[in-house]
Design a protein around this ligand. Structure first.
Ligand code: GLN
Length: 494
């Protein structure tokens, strides 16, 4: 029954309801797909037995009519969400042996809706990266390959296990987190959809912190409707997160129409950057035509501080990370390395040196530097001021339009190893995704076409705060008109 793995979440829900297949068959097919795809390295921790037990329980609930909206739907959880009784690593050695005694709010909500997790998905260490290559558990190999090539490509990052597992038909959807693009860029690289909602829509409680003023949970799935279905289960007010938004969660999936009558879509001219793939530039124009066809009016807008967003992000995010990661000291949980005859400080140093990978150490050093007494005003404070200007840019643009259309990333996926030696080249990947993160806006990537090598490219829609509904509708309009991205040929099947 391997074709069960190509169904959308919506089709799975319908099939379960109509008894065309059971949750046990559905989850079983996905477990089999996951077992045959171990070479992709999507999972850090597999929970297949637990998933099969939950599928059996879901079948009873479906029969009794007590099942939640996502009963029996196989998903994956980025290993940055704490899961009760299941090892949680943040793809770092520093959390060695950590088994949370609590469940994150987002994953608890998914469980309450009946979704079944197959396990914890690989990511860049502490979600710092754009290629999933900084993971202490090794890189994820993208299921996607360039035409006529067997070279392994990155699945994007940091939610690379999530994007690869969804694209490889191992799970129907997966949670992701997005601090500066980590849902949208991997979704684009793997030819799937991904949405980061408004900052505060999903609770950060139980989400391992990277940069708290930017971190936001969201979802990756193969269709826009599936993103809506999963996101509406994940979002919601949680008093345990002081930045959680106390706003009702709309029934996004039910409200989707793809009709953009009366909507104005802005094209920010500053997003025309040097080095953009010419096919991507053409695709961006085509995307605007599709939205026009769906009833929207296209307008030119300006976001003058766009070029300052990347440097601002790479000051603010490491600053917050250096503070958040100070808690990993070998005392309370995770790894502890005590050099012989060493004291407390020796233990701190040895634990952190052994526990953090090079990218995380780089961020801690940058962050500590920009927060230090002599440099705080020159870097951190300045970055905070520029961040305010970036927020204002968006506010001004949204007086002239309702949504923005941009590319998601400047290029398609790149080969494993191609950018690891050059952190700046890696950071440049985030040029289109960080501005909306700094402004806390809802933003989504939707597959739109392919590059010269047949690799998927995504377009990004950015909305006003709390207007995920319009973002999803415009993404649906693109999805309906874009040439469909075929499922990757399963070359990895063992
Ligand atoms: N690539 C960006 C970074 O390395 C974004 C990561 C993220 O969104 N978690 O910081």
């Amino acid at each position: 029954m391997s074709d069960l793995t190509s169904l959308s979440v919506a089709a799975m829900q319908a099939g379960l309801k109509a008894r065309h297949f059971s949750a046990t068959e559905l989850v079983g097919a996905h477990v089999a797909a996951a077992e045959a795809a171990r070479s992709l390295n999507c999972f850090i921790t597999e929970t297949f037995d637990q998933a099969m037990e939950q599928a059996l329980a879901a079948d009873h609930e479906l029969a009794a009519g007590t099942a939640g909206p996502l009963a029996g739907i196989p998903i994956g959880i980025k290993d940055l969400f704490a899961t009760r009784g299941v090892r949680t690593t943040a793809a770092s050695r520093i959390l060695d042996g950590f088994i949370p005694p609590y469940e994150s709010h987002v994953t608890a909500q998914l469980q309450a809706a009946g979704a079944i997790s197959l396990g914890k998905l690989n990511l860049d260490e502490f979600a710092m990266g754009s290629s999933n290559e900084t993971s202490a558990f090794g890189p994820v190999i993208s299921p996607v390959r360039a035409e006529g090539s067997e070279a392994p490509l990155v699945p994007g990052g940091s939610s690379g296990g999530s994007s690869a597992a969804v694209a490889a038909r191992i799970v129907a959807g997966a949670t992701g987190t997005d601090t500066g693009g980590s849902i949208r860029q991997p979704a684009a690289f793997c030819g799937i959809a991904g949405i980061k909602p408004t900052y505060g829509r999903c609770s950060r409680w139980g989400l391992i912190a990277f940069a708290s003023s930017l971190d936001q949970a969201g979802v990756l799935a193969r269709t826009v409707t599936d993103c809506a279905l999963l996101l509406e289960a994940m979002a919601g007010f949680d008093p345990r997160d002081s930045t959680s938004l106390d706003a009702p969660v709309p029934a996004w999936s039910a409200g989707l129409s793809g009709n953009l009558q009366g909507k104005r879509i802005g094209i920010p001219r500053e997003y025309q950057v040097e080095g953009m793939d010419p096919l991507l530039a053409r695709l961006w124009e085509e995307g605007a035509d599709w939205l026009r066809d769906a009833g929207a009016e296209i307008v030119d807008v300006s976001l003058p501080h766009t070029t300052q967003a990347l440097p601002t992000y790479y000051i603010v995010a490491p600053a917050e990370a250096s503070s958040n990661l100070a808690r990993y000291d070998g005392v309370r949980y995770g790894l502890r390395v005590v050099p012989e005859g060493g004291g407390l400080v020796d233990m701190y140093e040895a634990t952190r040196a052994a526990g953090f990978g090079p990218e995380v150490r780089r961020r801690i050093m940058i962050g500590t530097y920009v927060l230090s007494a002599g440099y705080y005003d020159a870097y951190y404070l300045k970055a905070q001021k520029v961040r305010a200007l970036i927020v204002r840019d968006f506010q001004q643009a949204f007086t002239a339009c309702d949504l923005l259309l941009t590319p998601t990333a400047p290029t398609g996926a790149f080969p494993i190893g191609a950018r690891t030696a050059d952190p700046i080249a890696m950071y440049l990947n985030d040029v289109f995704t960080v501005p909306s993160s700094l402004a806390g806006l809802p933003a989504m990537s939707v597959p739109a076409g392919t590059d010269a090598n047949g690799l998927p490219l995504g377009l990004q829609l950015i909305g006003r705060p709390l207007d995920e509904a319009s973002v999803l509708d415009a993404a649906l309009a693109v999805e309906r008109r874009a040439p469909p991205i075929p499922a990757p040929v399963p070359w990895w099947r063992s």
